[in-house]
Design a binder for this molecule. Sequence first.
Ligand SMILES: Cc1cc2nc3c(=O)[nH]c(=O)nc-3n(C[C@H](O)[C@H](O)[C@H](O)COP(=O)(O)OP(=O)(O)OC[C@H]3O[C@@H](n4cnc5c(N)ncnc54)[C@H](O)[C@@H]3O)c2cc1C
Length: 380
Amino acid sequence: MDFRLSPDQELVRDTVRRFCRDEMMPRAKAIDKTGEFPRDMVKRMGELGLLGMFVPPDYGGAGSDYVSFGLTAEEITRASATCSVIWGANTSLTCGPIYNFGTEEQKHRFLPKLCSGEYLGAYALTEPQAGSDAANLQTTARKEKDEFVLDGQKTFITNGSVADVIVVFATMDKKAGHRGISAFLVPRKSKGLTLGEDFEKMGLHGSPTSQLLFDECRIPAENMVGKPGEGFKIAMATLDTGRIMAAAGSVGIARGCLEESLAYAKERKTFGKPIGEHQAVQFMLADIATNIEAGRLLYLRAASLRDKGERYTKEASMAKVFASEMAMDAAIKGIQIHGGNGYITDYNVERYFRDIKIFEIFEGTSEIQRIVIAREVLGG
Ligand SMILES: Cc1cc2nc3c(=O)[nH]c(=O)nc-3n(C[C@H](O)[C@H](O)[C@H](O)COP(=O)(O)OP(=O)(O)OC[C@H]3O[C@@H](n4cnc5c(N)ncnc54)[C@H](O)[C@@H]3O)c2cc1C
C-alpha cells in the first residue's frame, strides 16, 4: 500500500494551494462580510483550469483525476467555503452530469463554457417538499412537439440566480415514482423561468442560494440529459461525486481551524505560558489534527475508487458524514481555543464555524448518509 500522491496530483495540490494562499484567502473575509458574489474568483478559477477540472481537454476541461479534484476541494474550501460551493456546484453538480450522461452535442455546447467560466452552472433537485425525500419532487415536465414544458418550483439552489445553465430534475410520470423523473438542461434565460429572492444565510455569504419558479417554461427537446426516466439515477450518481467534494471541503475547513488555532495557541499566554502548553488545549489540537488525517484518508479512498471505476457510494457517504461532523467539532474546538476572541468576527474561526454547518446538511444530510451506509453494510 502506497499513501503517496503522484507527482501530477502533488503539482495540482501545490498550484491550487499557492493560488488560494496568494489570491483567495486575502479576499475571503471581505466576501463573507459584504456577501458580494465573487465574480473575480470564478474568473481566476476558470483561467487556472479548476472549473470542470475532471472534464477531458476535448470538451475544454483539464482532464484531471478525482483524487486531484478532492485535493482541490480541500484547498479551495480551506481558503473560502463560499468560493468552494460556487466552484463545486459548477464543477461537480453541473459539468458532472453533462459529461457523464449528456449527448456529444450537449457536451460540446455546454462544457467548454462551463470549464472556462464563461458560463456558470447550477443543479436543481431540491423543492420545498422534497429535500432528503428527493424522489417526491413535484416539478413536472411534459413533451409538446419539439419542446419540453416545465412547471414547478425549486429551492435552495446554489448559483441559481447567477447560473447560465441549470440541471433541473422533473417528473414526467408521478405514478412511476423515482422512475418517472428525468433531467433537463435549462438555460436561465428560458421563457417561463423566474427567480425568487435569494435566501439570507448563516454562512457561505456571497454564494447565492436561490428559488427557481417554472411556469410553462419551454426548453428544446434536445436538452434532456440521458433517457426519459433516468433522472433520479443521474441525480444520485452526481451526488456520490459531490460527497467526495463535501468531505474534502470539510477537511479543508478543519485544517483552517487547526492552523489558526495552532498559531493562536503559541501566541496567547495565560498563567505565564502560551496556552498551547496547557494540556487541555494540547488535547484539543491533537484531536483536530488526528481527525483531519482520518477524514483525508476517507475522501482520498473514495476518490481513488472513483478513479479506478469501482463502486464508491458507501465510501463517499462514509467520508462525507465523518469529515463534515469532525470539521463541525474542529470549529467548535477552534473557537474554544481562541476563547472570547473566537466569538469575534475578526478571527477566521468564527467564519469557519458558520460555514461548516451546511456541510452536514447539503449533498444529503448526515442522517441520509447513515441510511446509505447502513443499507450497504447490511447488504440490501
Ligand atoms: C446553502 C444551501 C445550498 C444548497 N444547495 C443545493 C443545490 O445546489 N441544489 C439542490 O438541489 N439542493 C441544494 N440544497 C438543499 C439541500 O440539499 C437540502 O436542504 C438537504 O438535502 C436537506 O433537505 P431538506 O432541507 O428538505 O431537509 P428535510 O429532508 O426536511 O430533513 C429535515 C431533517 O429530517 C431528517 N430526515 C429526513 N428524512 C429522514 C429519514 N428518512 N430518516 C432520518 N432522518 C431523516 C434530515 O436528516 C434532517 O435532519 C442546499 C441547501 C442549502 C441550505
